[in-house]
Write a protein that binds this ligand. Structure first.
Ligand SMILES: [Mg+2]
Length: 166
């Protein structure tokens, strides 16, 4: 059986719009443009525990693609992760719709939980008929990822193992 995936967005999920306690400010310049980031070093341990406890694999599903391994992973306490290859945003689509098309093509039938703040990914995935079991955990981009989201992902992954023996 295929290992379930935990798909992880960066902006609006690990990097929220508003600073809450526990977040630190950083700058990143992956393509020569300077971005301001708010990152929380507790996110890495939370997510690696989720993956270890449920047997799932963490994968970036972000426009940062593999640059997340340089600029995000070391600051939140994550190892280097594989990434969904998402091409440069085509402005004919919304950010969420463009990303969701490429996520759907890449995951195939593997089960996945997706921690994501773009609401329209749901609509795109609903039209995909060939996906395996999946759950989108919507994250409020203002506050980013919380333990509640990780608990939702954990509950779903544990149920998946019980139902399908993944
Ligand atoms: Mg986002």
């Amino acid at each position: 059986m295929d290992t379930p995936l935990v798909l992880l967005d960066v902006d609006g999920v690990l990097n929220p719009l508003q600073r809450s306690p526990g977040y630190q400010r950083y700058r990143a310049s992956p393509n020569g443009v300077v971005y301001r980031l708010l990152l929380n070093p507790l996110h890495g341990p939370l997510l690696t525990a989720l993956a270890a406890d449920t047997g799932a694999e963490l994968v970036w599903a972000s426009y940062w693609t593999d640059a997340a391994n340089d600029w995000i992973s070391p600051r939140v306490g994550l190892p280097s992760l594989p990434h969904v290859p998402i091409p440069r945003h085509d402005p004919r689509f919304s950010l969420g719709a463009w990303k969701a098309r490429h996520v759907a093509a890449w995951v195939g039938k593997r089960p996945f939980v997706w921690l994501e703040d773009e609401p329209d990914v749901t609509e795109v995935l609903a039209k995909e008929t060939r996906l395996g079991p999946h759950l989108i955990v919507p994250v409020d981009p203002l506050h980013g990822l919380t333990e509640t989201h990780v608990d939702q992902a954990r509950t779903w992954l544990e149920q998946l193992v019980r139902d399908h023996g993944y």
